[in-house]
Design a protein around this ligand. Sequence first.
Ligand code: SAH
Length: 379
Amino acid sequence: MQIKLNSLPLSQERTILGLSKDELHSFVLGLETHHKRASMRVNQIWSWIYCHGVSSFSDMTNIDKNLRSKLQKFLNISRPTIEKKEVSNDGTTKYLFCLEDQTKIETVFIPEEKRSTLCISSQVGCTLNCSFCHTGTQKLVRNLTSQEIVGQVIAVYDDLDLWKKMKSEGGQSSHFEIITNIVFMGMGEPLLNYEEVKKACGILMDNKGLDFSRRRITLSTAGIVPKIKIAHEEIGCMIAVSLHATENKTRDILVPINKKWNLEQLLGSLRDDVKLRNSERVTFEYVMLDGVNDTKEDAHRLVRLLQGLPSKINLIPFNNWTGSQYKRSSSDRIKAFRDIIIKSRLPSPIRRPRGEDIMAACGQLKSNSLKKKQVYEEN
Ligand code: SAH
């Protein structure tokens, strides 16, 4: 079956990033009808794009000129535009990307000693309205396409010159030294944009391209329960769950999707439906909010709730933003909380806030340009 470009969603028209290999293959078959040759061309194009980072078909020197010019006529390899880049004192780098329809998203690069994580967005804004999250206060919301999701990764590779590093060190795996992990913890709820996220993960994980293994991609969800099992089975990546409370009455306020799928349903499904693979754990994120969810009773309840479920708990000191009603728990309180969890033999690292000086820490993302636009519209 041949793919017609005009059958793609409008926003993906003419862009090649974000097309699955099968889609690309169908498309190339329309230009090069010989099956074997078409497959070879797809592999070449894929390698140019995802191993060498070329952004123009004219650089694909092992593809004949005739085909190159046809490809050029129908497709482009454009990336989201970097509108602003801020580098924090600790090296964390926040990118503000401008998309084709002028909406903005943020992506954060977090270098550490042994790993470097790219935190990417799955939606413009977010519909979930978690009361402690800055992104939730942004009104404009739409799903990102797979092209826009993959585009964030490609644009950061371009900006940090990671392609050259990949080539000069001569190996597929050398780029892992630079971006080792990808987490869907930027703007948006990935499981409310499941099909595009899944497609993007397929591209990021392709072993003839960027080659991120399933263990190096983490999908973080506020708890879209029926989709967790499906994502774990179909994408195979790691799952993180934003838990944040140990009682429904508190979680209803912090993470309102809890009113639809409560703690019992969430944890029940993780226990019964999600088939964890060897040594795999579910990561639980728990934001430490002063006087809200940070008592010793909470810690004990948390341990009881997670009994029998292979888990790891990331304690996240609350990252403040102007207008928020919450305060970060004191470090003594966080440590006391952690000690109770550790006694139960659950790993429980306290996450060091990164990039706070540039508002790049967890839950601080919200594109300013949109905020301005809103103010303008409201006036
Ligand atoms: N919607 C997804 C992914 C985006 S948020 C989810 O809810 O998991 C990524 C993580 O940052 C979530 O655990 C979220 O609860 C947390 N977070 C949001 N705002 C925060 C803040 N102000 N301080 C600390 N963590 C926050």
